[in-house]
Design a protein around this ligand. Structure first.
Ligand SMILES: Cc1ncc(COP(=O)(O)O)c(C=O)c1O
Length: 370
């Protein structure tokens, strides 16, 4: 077995394994919507069964690629008045995760470095470790929402920079000025920009801006998982120039051949008839408001989530000890420590996976046991 695979540390599994053994527990640790996939989307998959179930085209069903481009062109800075994207710029992948893996494998050799924000979603590091490329982690933004000097240096010397907005684990969402600053910086330094926008439809009182609008050499990662409550269907995508898509497709071809056909029928329906997204977003917003109120009562230090489905408060003690203790009391959260060197006293709370009743119940328990 390869050493670099053996060395991958799945420490966060300790949380889900311990939580699964508890009968009554609020699961803030699971990073997925509490909602099931909308009925009309499931029905589209059932209807899709009437077709022959062979491999789909390697880049995905043309109708889905077209629906994705319409979604991407509806973002600020794209579409008619900005960059106009075409179906040829899209490849459907097996989840956003498959999209990221294809880009890393196609672009980064063992000497090449990817930069991630501190804190960041853990799998960026895991993908790098499987792929065998270098990586570093640095705090991108200061209190005034400007790039830190250290981030500028790291991005300038790296081959690839990942920007995730709205962000996991913090819910931090870039303003237009921030998207422009980091997009232009990547461009000036010939650092390839990967803009992970899998939560782009889930923002609260803010608009989504893509740094890819400001960089000539960039890819956007999208997914049906979170915006459409479709995590198990495994549909994601990459938007990039046609010649780059051709290279990523080779990695996809070598690993999965094509994305699952049946899930693509469902994703077409989800993207074309998408009123469910706003309904879920409004519910998440209510949960976020309650969570913010409850965290304020505890005097925790945090930035109120502006998007996605997570909060990342500083709890004033070691995150592993706190999380392990709270599971015994009936609340599961994810320790911040594996998400970045500056996050050893933070915890990730997912409000996408819990109801307002559960949020209240969990915070009553935390208040009693803190
Ligand atoms: C920031 C971020 N990017 C990408 C993904 C990948 O999502 P999926 O592979 O389910 O499409 C996730 C999932 O949690 C995520 O949080």
């Amino acid at each position: 077995m390869r050493k670099r695979i053996q060395n991958i540390n799945l420490s966060i599994r300790k949380i889900s394994e311990k939580a699964a053994k508890q009968d009554r527990i609020v699961r803030f640790d699971i990073g997925q919507p509490s909602f099931d996939t909308p009925e009309h989307v499931k029905n589209a998959a059932k209807k899709g069964l009437e077709n022959k179930q062979g491999y789909s085209p390697m880049l995905g069903l043309p109708k889905l690629r077209k629906a994705i481009i319409e979604e991407e062109n509806s973002k600020n800075g794209f579409g008619e008045e900005g960059k106009l994207l075409e179906k040829e710029h899209v490849m459907v992948t097996t989840g956003g995760m498959g999209a990221l893996y294809s880009i890393f494998a196609a672009r980064l050799g063992s000497e090449d470095k990817a930069v991630f924000n501190d804190p960041c979603w853990g799998p960026y590091k895991m993908i790098s470790e499987v792929n065998g490329n270098q990586w570093s982690q640095v705090k991108y933004w200061d209190e005034d929402r400007k790039l830190t000097e250290q981030a500028k240096e790291e991005i300038a010397e790296a081959e690839l920079v990942v920007v995730n907005t709205p962000g996991n684990p913090t819910g931090y969402t870039l303003t237009r000025e921030q998207a422009k600053e980091i997009g232009e910086l990547a461009d000036q330094n010939n650092t390839f920009l990967v803009s992970d926008e899998v939560y782009h439809r889930l923002t609260y009182g803010r608009e989504h801006y893509s740094p890819a609008e400001f960089s000539c050499d960039s890819a956007i990662i999208g997914s049906a998982s979170k915006n459409h409550a479709m995590t198990g269907w495994r549909i994601g995508w990459i938007v990039d120039k046609t010649e780059n898509i051709e290279q990523y497709a080779k990695v996809s071809r070598a690993s999965t051949a094509c994305p699952p056909r049946i899930s693509q029928y469902a994703a077409i329906e989800a993207l074309e008839n998408d009123s469910h997204v706003e309904k879920m977003r409004k519910t998440y917003e209510k949960r976020r408001d309650l969570l913010v109120e409850r965290m304020e009562q505890l005097n925790w230090d945090f930035v109120a989530p502006e998007g996605a489905i997570y909060a990342f408060p500083e709890i004033g003690e070691d995150s592993w000890e706190f999380c392990m203790r709270m599971i015994d009391e009936g609340v599961a959260m994810v320790p911040g420590e594996p998400m970045g060197p500056e996050s050893s006293q933070n915890v990730r709370i997912c409000f996408g996976s819990t109801t307002t009743e559960e949020i209240n119940k969990a915070f009553d328990i935390i208040e009693e046991n803190i």
